[in-house]
Design a binder for this molecule. Sequence first.
Ligand code: PEP
Length: 254
Amino acid sequence: MSRIIHVYGNWKMNHLKSDVINFISKLSESVIELDCKQGVCPQSIHLSMIIEAFAKKGILVGSQNCSHEAFGAFTGDNSPQALKDIGVNFTLVGHSERRSIFNEGHEILNLKAKKALECNLDVVFCVGETLEERENNKTFDVLKEQLAEGLKGISKSDLSRVILAYEPVWAIGTGKVATPMQAEETHQFIRKFVSEELEFIAEDVFILYGGSVKPSNAKGLFEMANIDGGLVGGASLKAEDYLELCKIADRTMK
Ligand code: PEP
């Protein structure tokens, strides 16, 4: 069975309003016909602009983070229910920057994933090992723990709304990309693990690769049997590069 390739951009804390307008105007006409699933995750202050421009064009809009509660005294947080209410489709949970800079551990990430799903936001759940962990042959153990703890207690039907993103920390924003074979080996492991241990349906789960994906290396990655697209940081900021990635996804035959 072939799975549609996803190209999801994570803009992180980048872009002024003028950059967002520029991206929208460059992208609007071009992407609609392409056979791939497209999404962007702007800063939360730009979500409404992106929703207005892209929602009717089938480009999904994601939040980079959300609260573990629907409402309440959580100053500075974004309510998953309010995100859904303005038209957000999905949220990232567990991005390595949230784990390392904001100290988000398994427990809070699990609560966030569950609350987002309860509020009808789909979830892109990110996992990945550090360089030290890879060099000490701990990659698979780290991934097992992040997946098992982060997705604990989520029902089989809710898991069907969870996309996984494998993002080796050593490849994020570093220009060091995992080779297609390195990434494929890990994706294969993740697919097996989540279907055997976590009630995902092996052939239905989408597993995106993230870590310095750009137009020059995307083809080799997207062609791999177990890589279902990319979660792309830096290269998704420029409309031209994002569009090129979508075209590569569209042309990729598996
Ligand atoms: C990311 O932020 O999820 C990411 C993969 O970043 P980059 O593509 O810049 O490495």
